[in-house]
Design a protein around this ligand. Sequence first.
Ligand code: SAH
Ligand code: DHB
Ligand code: MG
Length: 224
Amino acid sequence: MGKEEWTKVDEYYSSLFMPHDAVLEQALADSAAAGLPGINVAPNQGKLLFLMAKATGAQRILEIGTLGGYSTIWLARSLLPDGRLITLELNPKHAEVARKNITRAGLERVVEVRQGPALSSLEQLVSEQAGPFDLIFIDAHKPEYTEYFQWSLKLSRPGTLIIADNVVRNGAVADSATKDELVLGIRRFNEAVGKEKRVSATALQTVGSKGYDGLVMALVNGNS
Ligand code: SAH
Ligand code: DHB
Ligand code: MG
């Protein structure tokens, strides 16, 4: 069993649950044409993000790592008319492609793309008192996940849902001898989440068209 079978199952469910979506398909096509890497979440994962945002009634969403805005569009579509999403992106070309895709999706008044290093933007968001956010999606530079998590806590309230992508990396996350800086970054993040009394967390392994990876979900606790 491998990616070929997993992709067939993704396609089977997509054919039943997800109608063709010209805006999302064009966002991926334009991202590829502009030379962006195809490391966006899979369609079913995008829909999971959309459903999580809907289910939690999120009205303020923060995304760390925009790429071409594919996951951004999924998340922003969950918002009611007054909702707002801020997404952070280091690469100016990625930010430009994302802005065009977001505009085509009719979401330019809902989404703000902030270009720059996420750690600086996060510090700025705290100083602006831009929080609390209801849902935070962490998906930028893996060695910085721990710091994104610490800033995310400052931008949270009890009930905020923090979701982190790419936490399994083909199973490498469970290898305590790994020398891969990206995997080490994820392991350090996982240890911080595990030790953090303010959150209750779980991890889900995923297989599909994007290979074998996974998500961590951490809910910021109430006072009880
Ligand atoms: N969330 C996107 C995929 C993001 S890929 C989706 O699923 O559609 C990771 C993105 O993080 C890339 O666009 C990369 O340029 C960006 N990134 C890397 N380092 C960053 C940093 N320090 N600050 C902000 N963004 C960063
Ligand atoms: C990769 C995948 C991602 O979803 C991401 O955010 C960063 C990198 C990758 O497969 O390399
Ligand atoms: Mg990712």
